[in-house]
Design a protein around this ligand. Structure first.
Ligand SMILES: O=C[C@H](O)[C@H](O)COP(=O)(O)O
Ligand SMILES: C=C(OP(=O)(O)O)C(=O)O
Length: 456
């Protein structure tokens, strides 16, 4: 397996990497200046990769294990990362939250947890509407910092291809910080457990005492057995984002000279969103050409035949770990829609890792006008996802969450009971509401309990 990467010679397309250009690509910005975009893409095509093929291949193996029930995926991070928030503190808080959740889930699942951030590249968002109108003024919708700015002015909202390069640079810096944190002792199991004990000191979470005590005992047992905690100080941590802006993803795609296979080196794992998963669309075509593990979001309108056709396009060789289906059907629909999809995909012999995203099917507008979600709905969708798999004898392979390591107030409920009035206190997201640090940990404890019940 090689860690080297080559640049495809200009004007050639041996891998079919440019075929997507002939197809409809939804959710792309209306870039005002095609020459400026081409110049940026050319520069990015010569830039250093953010990840290397060997890492993507290892992740494929990890996801295959999650598909077999021998590991569990935890994928989490911002709805939309912002350039302004790419500080070491904010990145550390997110990584810390994911590590804390992972310890709890590892205990519940009794299997390794594959840790993955929506991080170092989650800078582009699909939107319901191309434009936004305020007080009679209509401007392009905010599509993520990779495309335009959030302030409601014509200058900020104009798509600017120079932002693609900025996104690349900030992704590289973020990836560097993540690697430093996860390889430099920050992920020490004993330290992560100590943080979780801090969380448990809040009486609001006393119901999780039993699980926390069990984890405590397990760690002490390991210590007593002479476990080499120093050897466990480094954790694998993978990077992912939605492969939305195809000019960016294409520019960062390289061919591994050792294998001749193309890798999108912008992240280890890329996913196709619910709004761009058309079988004959540009996103499916492009990701069918790269060798990274890929995901597809499946919303409540997904027919079993759609899922099978997507698998045939994206994973024709049926390689385990190559394809992850991320079901985001909503708490009210998951128990009705998911069973037939899982059943028929399984009957077709399709190798897939099933993951739940309990966020995107549960978005509501609160009475006070905030775009939010109810914590109870989030947990209910995860419960439904587990119930479906349990009934079918299939494997619930992981969790995909919008979360932050900070103390925001964007999702209603949780043991600290964020109310509609409370949302205004620290509502910081620029697009969708995220679980805060405490709600994220609470989710991990609840899911760990579900996993424990499932394994009995
Ligand atoms: O994160 C998902 C989508 O980008 C988001 O829900 C779209 O939001 P909108 O309906 O506000 O455009
Ligand atoms: C837009 C997203 O999700 P979906 O495609 O499922 O709506 C997302 O995960 O950011």
């Amino acid at each position: 397996m090689s860690t080297a990467v080559d640049i495809v010679a200009p004007g050639t397309d041996p891998e079919g990497l440019d075929r997507f250009r002939a197809l409809e690509a939804r959710q792309q910005p209306a870039w005002p200046d095609a020459d400026a975009l081409a110049a940026v893409a050319a520069r990015l095509s010569g830039a250093a990769p953010l990840v290397v093929p060997a890492e993507a291949e290892l992740l494929t193996q990890r996801l295959a294990a999650a598909g077999r029930g021998e590991a569990f995926l935890l994928q989490g991070g911002d709805c939309a990362e912002t350039f302004a928030d790419a500080s070491a503190t904010r990145i550390r808080n997110k990584v810390r939250t994911i590590l804390q959740m992972a310890v709890v889930l590892t205990h519940g699942a009794s299997t390794p947890v594959v840790k993955m951030g929506r991080l170092a590249g989650q800078y582009a968002k699909p939107r319901s509407s191309d434009s936004e109108t305020r007080d009679g003024v209509t401007l392009p919708a905010y599509r993520g910092d990779m495309v335009n700015g959030h302030p409601f002015t014509p200058a900020d909202r104009a798509p600017d291809p120079r932002r693609l390069e900025q996104a690349y640079r900030i992704s590289a810096a973020t990836a560097n910080v993540v690697r430093a944190f996860t390889r430099g002792g920050y992920a020490d199991l004993r330290q992560v457990h100590e943080w979780n004990r801090g969380f448990m000191r809040n009486p609001a979470y006393s119901r999780y005492e039993r699980t926390a005590t069990e984890i405590d005992r397990a760690i002490r047992f390991m210590e007593a057995c002479g476990a080499d905690f120093d050897a466990l100080r480094t954790v694998e941590f993978y990077l992912s984002h939605e492969a939305l802006i195809l000019d960016y993803e294409r520019a960062l795609t390289r061919v591994d000279p050792a294998t001749g296979r193309a890798y999108d080196t912008s992240a280890h794992f890329l996913w196709i969103g619910e709004r761009t998963r058309q079988l004959d669309g540009a996103h499916v075509e492009f990701l069918s050409r790269v060798a990274n593990p890929v995901g597809v979001k499946l919303g409540p309108t997904t027919a079993p035949a759609d899922a099978i056709a997507l698998a045939e396009r994206l994973n024709p060789d049926n390689v385990p770990g190559r394809l992850t289906f991320v079901a985001r059907m909503g708490a009210g629909r998951v128990r009705d829609v998911l069973p037939a999809v899982v059943e028929e995909v399984t009957a077709a012999g399709v190798a897939v890792t099933w993951v739940t995203d309990p966020m995107h099917g549960n978005t509501i507008t609160s009475d006070s006008g905030f775009k939010t979600r109810r914590f109870a709905d989030v947990l209910d969708e995860v419960t439904g996802f587990f119930e479906v798999h349990r009934a079918l004898g299939t494997v619930p392979g992981g969790l995909h969450m919008e979360l932050t390591g900070d103390d925001v107030t964007e999702v209603l409920g949780g043991s600290e009971e964020i109310s509609d009035d409370g949302l205004a206190l620290r509502y910081e997201t620029l697009v969708d509401p995220r679980l805060n640090h405490q709600q994220s940990l609470e989710t991990a404890f609840q899911v760990a309990e579900m996993l424990t019940r499932q394994s009995r």
